[in-house]
Design a protein around this ligand. Structure first.
Ligand code: ZN
Ligand code: ZN
Length: 373
């Protein structure tokens, strides 16, 4: 990665609405956004053929490298993917959250986090199978200490995680979220507990992650119609997050969701070493390509990793390109080439348009991406 600091002009960029612009960056800040070709400066970067958006935000990643399999290096799943802000989805509970917070000092990607309600986090795979691990005192202490960093709580409510405890862990997580005054992100998957038992506990601003999973306990019936609990949750203001992951994104379910106008709030990867290197996630751009394939417009797809995520995070500055802001931007292209896409079920789709991340401006510094093809 070669960084350009200080002052430069990104020339001939295209916004997703088709508008052609230059962006002038001085000392890391956006000082002008002009019509394409109108800007002058010492260092001009010709970006012809490249799209620009505010920096991509990935709402569900695993950024704590110590944990295996659900861990990875921050910048590998951040700026090298075109993602300027990652939100770790509960890798750590109260026991290790201080280490995750400290690790930001050694990375360039912006990092936020959901705190796992289990103090163990993903140190083990059944972190909610013992209710004593949901230590409210320790969790609230962590929330107090890392208020700027922790954006919500995380609870994985599926069979192997709760291991016979039903919705008891969810009830404790719900109570903790009220005490902490933070929303709750709930991972859904195989039951028990059944999805009908889980979803009614979620309210406005809470997040269902893995909402397009293809497991038998998912949010759509056999004909692909959304379940009543899902329709009601959307009416209450529950936020839907993709969280693709190794096992949680089904083309068939995503096609049903599209057909019934369910979603799209945020697109996230649930990326970690294994599914980055071996698929089916690979990269944020690959996941975005799948939504372009599904028939969402480029504007809708990019909004799901910019404005929509920024709005949920209540950090509007992350979702806009505006004079006066510290520059956090993503540069990308769309290549017309036939490629086979694979979901978490091993189902294939053939697309003829591929989104590729080309670079980022991260807190004012321009860095070109290493592209994996
Ligand atoms: Zn999950
Ligand atoms: Zn995850």
């Amino acid at each position: 990665m070669v960084g350009i600091k200080a002052s430069f002009v990104l020339r001939n960029l295209k916004r997703v609405n088709g508008e052609a612009i230059d962006i002038v960056i001085v000392n890391g800040y956006i000082v002008a956004v002009t019509e394409a070709g109108d800007s002058v400066g010492d260092r001009i970067v010709d970006c012809s053929g490249t799209y620009i958006s505010s920096g991509w935000i990935d709402m569900h990643v695993h950024a704590f490298p110590d944990f295996d399999p659900y861990g990875d290096e921050i910048d590998e799943i951040g700026i090298k993917q075109g993602v300027t802000t990652i939100v770790d989805a509960g890798s750590c509970g109260a026991d290790r959250i201080a280490e995750l917070a400290a690790s930001r000092a050694h990375a360039r990607t912006n990092v936020l986090a959901f705190l796992n309600v289990s103090r163990l986090g993903l140190a083990r795979m059944d972190e909610l199978s013992n209710l004593e691990w949901i230590d409210a005192v320790k969790a609230l202490q962590a929330v107090k200490e890392f208020g700027e960093f922790i954006v919500g709580l995380k609870a994985r409510i599926s069979r192997s995680v709760v291991n016979g405890r039903g919705i008891a862990p969810l009830r404790l997580a719900r109570a903790l979220s009220h005490q902490a005054a933070l929303p709750l992100m709930v991972h859904i998957g195989s039951g028990p507990p059944s999805i009908e038992e889980v979803i009614p506990h979620l309210g406005k601003k809470d997040i269902i992650t893995h909402y397009l999973n293809g497991k038998s306990n998912n949010l759509f019936d056999a004909e692909g119609k959304p379940l009543v609990v899902l329709v009601n949750a959307i009416a209450r203001g529950v936020h839907l997050d993709v969280g693709h992951g190794s096992a949680s994104f089904s083309f068939a379910v995503a096609e049903s969701a599209k057909r019934h106008n369910i979603g799209l709030n945020t697109i996230s990867t649930d990326i970690y070493r294994g599914n980055r290197l071996n698929g089916p996630v690979y990269s944020m751009a690959n996941v975005l390509t799948k939504f372009l394939y599904l028939g969402y417009s480029l504007e809708e797809v990019i909004a799901a990793v910019t404005t929509s995520a920024a709005q949920w995070l209540e950090k509007p500055v992350l979702g806009r390109i505006q004079v006066g802001d510290l520059a956090n931007l993503t540069l990308f292209t769309i290549r017309n080439e036939s490629t086979t896409l694979v979901d978490s079920e091993g189902e294939l789709r053939i697309t003829d348009q591929i989104i590729e991340a080309k670079g980022v401006v991260i807190n004012g510094e321009f860095i070109e991406c290493e592209i994996r093809t």
